[in-house]
Write a protein that binds this ligand. Structure first.
Ligand code: C5J
Length: 250
């Protein structure tokens, strides 16, 4: 009698577990979107994906900001704005998590290592007063995100002291809490903050798709090489695709 009851209970438990596993597999298969990408198609589930918009700040993208004080031509980065606007709208409509980042420092510069503060010979240093407020200082006009890509109320904005988006931030915890496994990566600059973030993310187990026309560099050769490095060797850091391929499926 007891044996029969145990057998039945075990059978029921196994049946339930199999049903649940099949349901989950079907759900995942249905929700999986596939982007034509290099080095091979990038599959992702919108529920477990976040769009990262990296450092689209006035200090990098507009004349008179930090980027220009370093001697850069900001028009190279402004090309990113129209395609990224489209991606942002489509991503919001699809209900995919959107996270913005800003590179910058506390007003007393206590979170800016001297190695960063004193590097190079820019016409203005981090913390100096510039036409858009103190350069790369949190709360200043130049530090904020450009109007064209302004975060919506409730969208996460992660302030970061470094080039990577994980270093010195709670991005890892936020993504874990949201159940995120894949990242759609956009922003500036390709070879600096985008690359550092993709490398950090890749080492943490995230699958990253970088949208080639939604990331920008002040240097054409770095843009080309930066993107090539991500997808090389079978996708050593992730995948690369133009935004039109992402927009087709999202
Ligand atoms: C740089 C960045 N280039 N957001 N920052 O200093 O890439």
């Amino acid at each position: 009698m007891v044996e029969q009851a145990v057998e039945q209970a075990v059978e029921q438990a196994v049946e339930q577990a199999v049903e649940q596993a099949v349901e989950q597999a079907v759900e995942q298969a249905v929700e999986q979107l596939v982007v034509d990408a290099s080095p091979y198609p990038f599959g992702f589930s919108p529920e477990h994906t976040a769009l990262l918009v990296i450092d689209m700040q006035r200090d990098f993208v507009e004349p008179g900001g930090f980027g220009e004080t370093l001697g850069n031509d900001v028009s190279m980065l402004r090309k990113v704005i129209p395609p990224l606007s489209e991606v942002l709208s489509a991503t919001r409509e699809a209900g995919i998590l959107v996270i913005h980042t800003r590179e910058g420092h506390l007003p007393d510069l206590s979170d800016c290592p001297p190695a960063k503060l004193n590097r190079g010979s820019p016409s203005m240093r981090i913390g100096d007063p510039g036409p858009k407020g103190r350069i790369l200082i949190r709360g200043e006009y130049g530090h904020d995100i450009i109007d064209e890509l302004a975060p919506l109320d409730g969208e996460l904005v992660i302030d970061k002291p470094g080039k990577g988006s994980f270093h010195g931030t709670n991005l890892g915890e936020v993504l874990e809490a949201a159940g995120t496994t894949s990242l759609i990566v956009t922003g500036v600059t390709t070879e600096v903050c985008v690359h550092t973030t993709v490398r950090e993310a890749n080492d943490r187990g995230y699958e990253c798709l970088v949208l080639s026309d939604c990331v920008g560099s002040y240097f054409e050769e770095f843009q080309r090489a930066g993107l090539a490095m991500i997808a090389a060797q079978g996708g050593i850091f992730g995948w690369v695709a133009p935004s039109e391929n992402y927009l087709k499926v999202v």
